[in-house]
Design a binder for this molecule. Structure first.
Ligand code: ADP
Ligand code: MG
Length: 258
């Protein structure tokens, strides 16, 4: 099985006019088709840098990055990127915001438009098609952002803290919705989150990074019973707390190193 993502010995140095800093080093990571993995670790450990490299938005200083077996040298329609901020256009309706990706790639047709309406309905936004972003709650806006990300049917989704601006209840609902939507469509996903229980509840594997420079500290495989349970209920599954405390302990060890 060809991995969807292959990072081989990636390093990245940010160069500014004042200094050069090594953000990540020696990153090896494979993500298999249909897998959902999370990147966790202290602020500044390079999570966003790694997503940007996978997305082809940032050329790594060293190493090789492949998506679907092809060396990445720029953004590709195979990859969708969803951020903490939804970046919806305030002057466009919900439907028109969702259709932007199709418009920009010349794929807008009666068929793709009605597929989008169906997706928005599936995401609980059927009554909001002609509203504007400022009329929606944060959770609804992120659902629009999800629909927009899925519109061009990328096989791989990169999610950079998509829930961190939401209240707890909304976040839990959205976790379930995203996992279900991505599983149904057989998508592969890499999620960045600072919420460890979210990472365990949503993922097949949790990759813990340390910092200065960012490296993979340890990878944890989530037990099957937790993986097979929707995120909300996964938190009550046997083994969840044990895994949480195991990773938490490692995180504390990293933190104390500095
Ligand atoms: P995370 O997402 O885990 O918080 P980032 O990938 O954003 O971490 O950043 C990793 C390191 O690289 C940090 O030390 C950060 O300050 C630095 N960094 C990130 N982006 C830039 C940039 N554009 N220019 C210079 N340094 C950067
Ligand atoms: Mg980040």
């Amino acid at each position: 099985m060809v991995p969807v993502v292959e990072l081989h010995n990636i390093a990245h140095v940010y160069v500014t006019d004042r200094e050069a800093s090594l953000a990540v080093e020696g990153i090896h990571l494979n993500v298999l088709p249909g897998e959902f993995i999370s990147l966790v670790g202290p602020s500044g450990c390079g999570k966003t840098t790694i997503l940007s490299i996978i997305a082809g938005l940032l050329q790594p200083s060293r190493g090789e990055v492949k998506v679907y077996g092809h060396t990445v040298n720029g953004p590709s329609p195979e990859v969708g990127y969803m951020l903490q901020q939804d970046y919806l256009f305030p002057w466009r309706t919900i439907l028109d915001n969702s259709l932007i990706g199709l418009e920009l790639t010349g794929q807008l047709s009666d068929e793709s438009r009605s597929n989008m309406v169906a997706l928005l309905e599936e995401l609980g936004l059927g009554a909001s098609l002609s509203l504007y972003p400022q009329q929606l709650s944060g959770g609804m806006r992120q659902r629009v952002a999800l629909a927009r990300t899925l519109s061009t049917d990328p096989g791989l989704l990169l999610l950079d803290e998509p829930f961190s601006a939401l209240d707890y209840q909304t976040k839990l609902q959205l976790e379930d919705l995203i996992v279900e939507t991505l599983h149904e469509r057989n998508k592969t996903a890499v999620l960045v989150t600072h919420d460890l229980s979210e990472a365990i509840a949503m993922s097949d594997r949790v990759v813990l990074l340390n910092r200065n420079p960012g490296r993979v500290h340890r990878t944890f495989t989530v037990p099957k019973n937790i993986r097979n349970t929707q995120p909300f209920y996964a938190r009550k599954e046997p083994g969840f707390n044990e895994l949480f405390h195991e990773i938490w302990g490692e995180m504390e060890a990293i933190g104390s190193k500095g």
